[in-house]
Design a protein around this ligand. Sequence first.
Ligand code: SAM
Length: 276
Amino acid sequence: MLDAPDPPIGAATRSAPSGHLRAQLWMICACCLGRLKDMSWSPVSTLPRRTHTDHVEPEPGSLAEYFDSWYADMAGSPVKDAIQRRHLGLPPHLLSTSLLGWEGIAEATSALRLSAGSTLVDLACGRGGYGLEIAARTGARLAGVDFSAEAVRQAREQAPRLGVAAEFCVGDLAATGLHADSANAVLCVDAIHFAPQPDAAYREIARILTSGGRAVLTCWEPLARGDERLPERLRRVDLRGGLTAAGFAGIEVCDRPGWRASERAMWGGSRRARPR
Ligand SMILES: C[S@@+](CC[C@H](N)C(=O)[O-])C[C@H]1O[C@@H](n2cnc3c(N)ncnc32)[C@H](O)[C@@H]1O
């Protein structure tokens, strides 16, 4: 399904080559084949969104509030974005808060198999950078969801600058507020591990996808499940297991050690950057 240079699809191993390697980037491409509805697709003059009046407000002191201030800081200083762009090979218009580089975007785009007018949901979209880029490449319409109201605000500002048909709303990984069977494809970049109940998030992806729809997730997985050096939320990541339980089929998991190398280089670059 994917052009995978190294290692070949299916050859990814869960055994740790080195005790120092704390986590690994994985990519999943899955077809949601478990449901019986056909592929008929209503025109997306209405993107599959909740209205702005019923959005989910983050609770005080919550993780969403933490992300709100994270994104507000990014709006105030270009340093983080500059470092990230340099290490991931991203153009200035692409606002990322993760580790998917330029080549990874091409791989994800190809795996999503979008066509013009189809609908892509970027789940936990942050400032919308990857979804907007893929929508611009494919002509797909974009619906972005994130629980950070500040991220959604910035994403809404960015879409018209890029001339992409997109809507962004506040919602949760496990409760997007989007209609069932409303997405042809779902992208979730470096975020599924934040779901307090991962199974509910996988089920939500399956719920919003049309039958035959495709999902691409990027995340880290522990090389050793019991590795206590890892935060609990990363220790429990099991992409194949979670997607299988949610009814996905045709799941491919690809190890991307090169992405991990970029991450290390990026954190090194951050340490050397002077605070402004
Ligand atoms: C590492 S950032 C990645 C953002 C974006 N996907 C990107 O690659 O630029 C993780 C994102 O997950 C969002 N997030 C975390 N937990 C969430 C949840 N339970 N529901 C919705 N979004 C969540 C955060 O607000 C943040 O935008």
